[in-house]
Ligand binder design. Structure first.
Ligand SMILES: Cc1cc2nc3c(=O)[nH]c(=O)nc-3n(C[C@H](O)[C@H](O)[C@H](O)COP(=O)(O)OP(=O)(O)OC[C@H]3O[C@@H](n4cnc5c(N)ncnc54)[C@H](O)[C@@H]3O)c2cc1C
Length: 487
């Protein structure tokens, strides 16, 4: 039986572990922290249960398919609830907009923004659906090893027909005139770590995911997905080791022969690295076996880091929906302060997740559980006093929208930012979402899944296909499949 060592227990690693164990490999997963999930860890304190990272469960079809590829049914592990409204947007000097789950209501909403808005939306979503289908059924699972892979799936010819290489912003602006429609349709690419004018229109597939496939909430919170994969892995014999930071990939000539973990050597026939790519190459692999150097990494466009607050309120506020986007300041300035001239933002946009609206188990009765996220440039100097200034600013913006004070109701608060991303996950420059999905960093232009070491494969949000839960899971599958077919 071939022995595989896996570094990290984020989504990509967890999926790779299940995939390989099911095929008869002996699998050990080493995680520096105390639980599975990686950036999707969970913590419980004073009666509140906080999902620390992801909160938007999108593309349920892709996740279900990945379960079935393990001969498992996702429904045996957790149920899903479609959120309606999917999310709520707060504007400056205007009533908030709730995005309905129903297509008819959505069309009516777009009709209220501009003449023929609903009809334009239907056409736009048809194109987005084509891109989604091309991507999900071929493109997203290519390992990015040979350029011929793109030709094989007619991706280039199909892509050109759908104008996938112009920007999302242009595609949206050519079709819609109202600011609201444009803002709503430009929003999902924020998940991809760049502004809409830099992201290729291929990624309007995200609008299909958003507006057609919907926003869902897993029973038990986002942590349920990682727990389900841990269970499946255990069933197939995966051994999980926590508080087990990997110090080094042990090599002989050009081949990995094991992992040094907490000072102890463990022998393996192959390795999958699901921890941040930069950390693994720069810290765990000797210089002669690295594919990339610091100059390469410094030239990469990273997706943002984040300032996060986990907050408990002793009162529920009806103004909150489950997902709330505060678009009451200009995205342009905030975007520039993340990507062009990195600094702490002057007038930030932010997002509030009030999952207690859907899940009463994650807060004491009558209380609200909030996760507040403000995207920021990676590697900013980070300190508690500065975080506090932003907390006050965010609070005052919410209070302004709600017309009532929230501050007296705060009974729990914890922050997490750049330095925590570095120390908790070994995240390069404290990134939250990996690399930006710009054209120059898509598919074959991402850090390669295959290491220079013969039997080492990378997975996770810094390699193909990119950031987000479904892509990270797929990344684990691609890496495991490459390892499996190399035998
Ligand atoms: C705040 C936030 C919000 C997000 N929101 C969403 C969302 O709503 N929807 C969505 O789809 N995606 C979202 N994402 C993105 C998504 O969470 C990630 O893309 C995905 O979880 C990344 O998984 P991964 O497998 O690449 O790695 P990670 O989750 O980063 O896991 C890597 C693991 O490796 C471990 N590790 C590091 N070094 C070592 C070492 N030396 N030895 C052992 N272990 C090590 C780390 O501790 C970590 O557990 C969000 C991310 C963040 C941070």
């Amino acid at each position: 039986m071939k022995k595989v060592g896996i570094i990290g227990a984020g989504f990509s690693s967890l999926y790779a572990a299940c995939y390989l164990a099911k095929r008869g490999y002996s699998v050990d997963v080493f995680e520096k922290n105390s639980m599975v999930g990686g950036r999707s860890q969970v913590f419980v304190d004073q009666g509140y249960t906080f999902d620390m990272g992801p909160s938007w469960y999108w593309m349920p079809d892709v996740i279900d398919r990945l379960f079935s590829e393990l001969d498992e049914d996702r429904k045996d592990y957790f149920s899903l609830q479609r959120l309606d409204p999917a999310y709520k947007i707060f504007w400056k000097d205007d009533a908030p907009t709730s995005i309905p789950a129903s297509k008819q209501e959505l069309i009516a909403l777009f009709d209220s923004f501009e003449p023929n808005g609903g009809k334009k939306l239907v056409t736009f979503l048809k194109d987005a659906e084509k891109k989604y289908k091309i991507s999900m059924h071929s493109f997203i699972e290519i390992p990015g090893v040979k350029i011929g892979e793109l030709l094989k799936y007619n991706i280039l010819s199909e892509g050109l027909k759908l104008s996938v290489f112009k920007s999302v912003e242009k595609d949206v602006a050519n079709r819609f005139t109202s600011e609201k429609a444009r803002n709503i349709l430009n929003f999902p690419v924020l998940f991809l770590g760049e502004r809409a004018h830099k992201i290729p229109a291929l990624y309007t597939l995200m609008n299909y995911a958003d507006l057609e496939l919907g926003t869902w909430y897993p029973e038990g919170g986002m942590g349920a997905l990682a727990k389900a994969l841990e269970k499946i892995g255990t069933k197939y014999g995966v051994r999980y080791h926590f508080h087990a930071p990997v110090d080094k990939i042990i090599t002989k000539n050009d081949t990995a022969v094991g992992l040094k973990v907490n000072g102890t050597d463990h022998a393996f026939d192959a390795i999958i690295a699901g921890a941040d790519y930069h950390h693994v190459e720069q810290q765990l692999i000797s210089k002669s076996h690295r594919r990339y150097d610091e100059t390469y990494w410094n030239s990469r466009k990273l997706a943002p880091s984040a300032l996060l607050f986990y907050v408990g309120l002793n009162k529920q506020f009806e103004q909150f929906s489950h997902h709330n986007l505060f678009f009451d300041e200009a995205l342009k300035l905030h975007g520039e302060e993340i990507y062009e001239s990195p600094k702490w933002p002057t007038k930030p946009l932010f997002y509030v997740c009030a999952a207690s609206k859907t899940d009463s188990d994650i807060a004491p009765a009558g209380h609200e559980n909030l996760m507040i996220l403000m995207p920021i440039a990676p590697n900013l100097k980070d300190d508690k006093a500065n975080q506090e200034t932003y907390f006050e600013l965010i609070l005052s913006r919410i209070e302004q929208q709600f017309g009532e004070s929230i501050a007296p109701h705060i009974v729990y608060k914890k922050s997490f930012s750049v330095d925590d991303f570095k120390s908790t996950y070994n995240a390069y420059k404290g990134n939250a979402y990996g690399l930006a999905n710009t054209l120059k960093q898509t598919a074959h232009f991402k850090p390669k899944l295959k290491s220079k070491l013969k039997n080492v494969y990378f997975c996770g949000q810094l390699t193909v296909p990119g950031p987000g839960i479904p892509p990270s899971l797929i990344s684990g599958k691609i890496a495991a499949n490459q390892l499996d077919t190399s035998k």
